[in-house]
Write a protein that binds this ligand. Structure first.
Ligand code: DOR
Ligand code: ZN
Length: 347
């Protein structure tokens, strides 16, 4: 039985750090275990220009604990007014590593996103030319479409037509939640990848809705039925380089989660690595954890695998995390998997 695992220092290829007091509170949680992260740009107001990304990067660097070993990989929030030349300049200067497409209205702070993909084609064509990845939130926003079908419908009606039109565009399907997402990711070649979150490997929709409503399990895309969770677990542990970790750790203060109109997001930065070790061990795939967390994402983003390491160890006593992280913005509930976890990161 393996009870100790040494892996290259992991990367979180989809992370929300927010700003101000929340940034200061949550950043150490990620920087403790992860060497790099793709930083989501859905601030208020969003990060839409190279100058905005540089300024946000500087705020993240200023908030880092002194001894931290962490590099934020910045992104831009795509709008129908995005300037292709600014995107290309930001990429050429090494300021950004991706552009994020939020369908307008799909999720937190996405109202400034894209209503009609054809209106951003000039930017996407430039990105295809320079090899800059597009990270996509794969959900339609049509109120007529059932919320549990929004990912599958997006794939058929938006993503697939876009990729047929621009096959050289490098695309990351963010936080896939369905077997259709898994299957579609597998139809692509080197230009297509998909991130999978920690929480979607652990919860299905019953966790949110059965036995009382559990706002801390509500995120977007919303967790689906069990068969989809099983497809995600199979994909994450398959050893296929197209699937890699993007936690989508998305902090909201408890007052806004435990609310009549609660915000979407699970906060997993604190305990993601032990939770993943638990899941991979359950599926007899501990030897594939390093690919998922530390190699495949780096390869897609054309970055070297970290030369640093992270050690995970398993003990006889369950690892205890605090229920909440106290941030200057207010308390944030840490994702509770609902079962004991015996893995921990060795300091
Ligand atoms: O659950 C989510 N929270 N999904 C997203 O797409 C956005 C995120 C957030 O920013 O809170
Ligand atoms: Zn996200």
């Amino acid at each position: 039985m393996t009870d100790r695992l040494t892996i290259p220092r992991p990367d979180d290829m989809h992370l929300h750090l927010r700003d101000g007091a929340m940034l200061a509170g949550v950043l150490p949680e990620t920087a403790r275990h992860f060497g790099r992260a793709i930083i989501m740009p859905n601030l208020v107001p969003p990060v839409v220009t190279m100058a905005g990304a540089q300024a946000y990067r500087a705020r993240i660097m200023a908030a880092l604990p002194k001894d931290a070993d962490f590099t934020p990989l910045m992104t831009l929030y795509l709008t129908e007014g995005t300037d292709a030349a600014d995107v290309a300049a930001a990429h050429a200067a090494g300021v950004i590593h991706a552009v994020k497409l939020y369908p307008a209205g799909a999720t937190t702070n996405s109202h400034g996103g894209v209503r009609d993909v054809t209106r951003v084609l000039p930017v996407l064509e430039k990105m295809a030319e320079i090899g800059l990845p597009l990270c996509i939130h794969n959900e339609v926003t049509d109120p007529e479409v059932d919320i549990f079908d929004r990912e599958a419908v997006f794939i058929d009606t938006v993503l697939d037509p876009l990729r047929r039109r621009l096959p050289s565009l490098r695309v990351v399907m963010e936080h896939i939640t369905t077997s259709q997402g898994v299957d579609y990711a597998r139809t692509g070649g080197d230009n297509l990848a998909a991130t999978i979150t920690t929480h979607h490997l652990i919860i299905n929709r019953n966790h949110i809705l059965s036995g009382g409503i559990k706002p801390h399990y509500y995120c977007l895309p919303v967790a689906k039925r069990e068969s989809h969770r099983l497809a995600l677990r199979q994909a994450a542990t398959s050893g296929e380089a197209r699937f890699f970790l993007g936690t989508d750790s998305a902090p909201h203060i408890d007052a806004l989660k435990e609310h009549s109109c609660g915000c979407a997001g699970c906060f997993t930065a604190t305990n993601t690595m032990p939770l993943l070790a638990h899941v991979f061990e359950e599926l007899d795939a501990l030897d594939r954890l390093a690919g998922f967390t530390s190699r495949f994402g780096a390869a897609f983003y054309r970055l070297p695998v970290s030369e640093k390491t992270l050690i995970l160890s398993k003990s006889d006593t369950a690892t205890i995390w605090p229920e909440k992280l106290d941030t200057g913005a207010g308390p944030v509930t840490i994702f509770n998997p609902g079962f004991p976890v015996f893995w921990q990161v060795t300091p």
